[in-house]
Every structure is written in structure tokens, then in C-alpha cells.
Design a protein around this ligand. Sequence first.
Ligand code: NAD
Length: 372
Amino acid sequence: MNSRRDFLQKLGLSALALQLAPLSGWAAGADNVEPPYDGPLLRVAILGLGGYGTMVAEAMRKCTKAKLVGVVSGTPSKVKAWQSKYGIPEKNCYNYENFDNIKNNPDIDAVYVITPNGLHHDFVIRTAAAGKHAICEKPMAVNAQEGQAMVDACKKANVKLLVGYRMHFEPKTLEVIRMRQSGEFGKIRFFQGQCGFTIGDPTQWRLNKKLAGGGSMMDIGIYAINGARYMTGEEPIWVTAQETKTDPVKFKEGVDETIQFQFGFPSGAVASCLSTYNMNNLDRFFLDGEKGFAEMQPSTGYGPIRGRTHLGELNLPVTTHQTVQMDEMSEIIFNNKKPVVPVNGEEAVKDLKIIDAIYLAVKTGKKVEVSL
Ligand code: NAD
């Protein structure tokens, strides 16, 4: 068996294979078709029925190891609509007031929190207190202290805390990680991550400090931070950062518009990244080693992700990120499966510590040491 197929199997071949059934070339070539899944189904309630919650719900239709069975929302009309769309029974519907009663519901295993960032902490703490596994969107919290409290609460309640890092299950991303781990790029010297888009409506929660926790860095810059870590395989030891603000009305105090930031890694490798709410066409990762390089563009969008290396184009399956993510999370929760790149609360706290350091570097203009 070649190393790529071996690697894909480690990612969870069944989840990928199911999605790829229409891609006859790949499916027909598979010499390892698994029998239908008959293990436990991760029964999930989505909390926060907005844009991304809807995307996750739609993607979960194709899951084999996870199923959407419940909803938590402050809007009764949305609950009704989701009930009929996804066949959700009345007994699995909650609002934000009676949500804690979910502890008495044996038919729900996990709650997936997909609200504005500033609400993640409280909802995850309540999920843990109800004895349910918590899945939380990124950024997991608005600072590392809150994030650590979430990790501690889930540990105390003996439930898992996972974060919606969907790129950690994306085939081309994982192939670049495999190549880096096997030394195909040689010693890594440089990473560049550019993440951003032009944000619209000035009244949306993403531009509200209390609900968003910050600006572009919290929302989109986090992909460059997380990507710098999984692409290089190292943790930064220092951070420098500079902020540019062209619209102080839209991007009020504490809501960053554009931040450029740099990392230093223990090996001597460096990273140069940009996070913005004021430029389009920015979704690119570049990893440079002594023997080769990888370029991903788009690198973190919903797909298809494109990638090439010094050896040529990466030809790997296009997946629905959230379908694979939820099937893999089922394996992590029930079977303690270890993903190639962690998606647990501790992993998210590392990103939040780096975000805290970036904001401090912007404020002080100084190089900030990081210890993860
Ligand atoms: P959205 O505005 O579309 O949805 C937010 C939901 O939260 C809505 O249903 C809203 O009613 C609800 N909500 C509850 N309390 C609220 C309050 N006080 N104020 C505003 N809304 C409230 O946002 P979204 O794009 O779905 O983002 C939700 C979360 O998902 C964010 O944390 C975001 O970072 C994350 N997200 C992740 C990805 C990804 O690719 N992993 C993509 C998009 C969003």
C-alpha cells in the first residue's frame, strides 16, 4: 500500500469514501471498501441556527457516524423550520432559557455551539454542566483565560471539548503536513498566511467587540495562526504585530481591521501573516523549506482547496469539510481517535494565547514572548 493511501486511511477512509462515491475514478480504484458503518452515531444538537449552523446541518445530511437530532435557539420560528427540514422531534428542541434541561435528555450526546464568539464560553460551560460533549466553533473563546476555563469545565464534567477546525481533516492540507513530516520539503524556513475579506454590514455582530471579542483576527486571522502551526509543525516562541485602521467608524476600539503579524519558531523558521476585514482575494498559505515548497490557494475556504508543491499539483479528493469533520469527531468522542492535528480545547487555547500575544504586541509595539 502506498504511503498516500495509508495516510488517507488514517484520516478516516470511510468518511471520505462515502463522500467520494460519485468520483468514480477514485472510488473505483479503492481496494479497501469498508462495510457499512454500524458503530455508535454521535447525536448532535446545534445551538445557534445562523449561517454557519445551517451549513453544518446541511453537511451532516451526508454523515455516517453523526446525526443532527436537536436544536437550541432563541427564535421559535427557526426551531419550527429546522424541525420540519431535518425531522427533529419536539422533545429535542430547546431555547436558551430551558437549555440546561438537556441534561435529562438521553437522546443527545453532544451540543455544537455555533453562536457569535462572545457567547461560546457560557454555552460550552452550560453544555459541560449538562454532561454533554461540547463542540464549539472557532475562535473557541475571546481570550485564553476564558478558553482555559472551558477546557477545565469539560475536564471536570468528564466530557470532551472539540473545536470546529475543519481544515484539520482536509485532504490536501493533510498531504502537505505528511510531506513536511516525512522531510520532503527539507528544513522549514518560512510560512506565509494571508487571510481576509471585505466585511459588509457595519451593524453585524462581527464588528461588535462584546460579541466578536475583536475584529478580523478573531474571525479569519485565526486561520493563519492555526495554519502557521500545523504547516510548520512548530509552536511560535515570539510574536510581533502591527495594526492598520483606515475606517475607525466601522472598526471601533478593540475591533481590528487589518493586522500584520510575525512569528519566530524554535528552529529559527519565521512566519509572516496578514489578517484583514478590508481586502478581498486573501486566502493563501505558502510554506517554504530548504528542499521544496507548498502553496495552497484557496487555503481555508469551504473548497475546493487547491494546492501545489515543488513536485506539482496536489490531486486529492474534494470533500465537504463539515461532513468529514463531524464523522471524525464521532470517532474522536466514541473511540478516542487521535486526529493528525488535534481539534481539542487545548489546541484552541494555544491559538487564543497567540491572539492575546498579537493584541499585546499591537498595543505595546514590542516583541512578545509566547510560551505554549
Ligand atoms: P450568524 O450571524 O450567521 O449566526 C449566529 C447565530 O447565533 C444566529 O442564529 C443568531 O440568532 C444566534 N445568536 C444567538 N445569540 C445571539 C446574539 N446575542 N447576537 C447575535 N446572534 C445571536 O453567524 P455565523 O457566521 O453562523 O457564525 C457563528 C459562529 O461560527 C462564529 O463563532 C464564527 O466564527 C463561526 N464560523 C465558523 C466557520 C468555519 O468555517 N468554521 C465559518 C463561519 C462561521
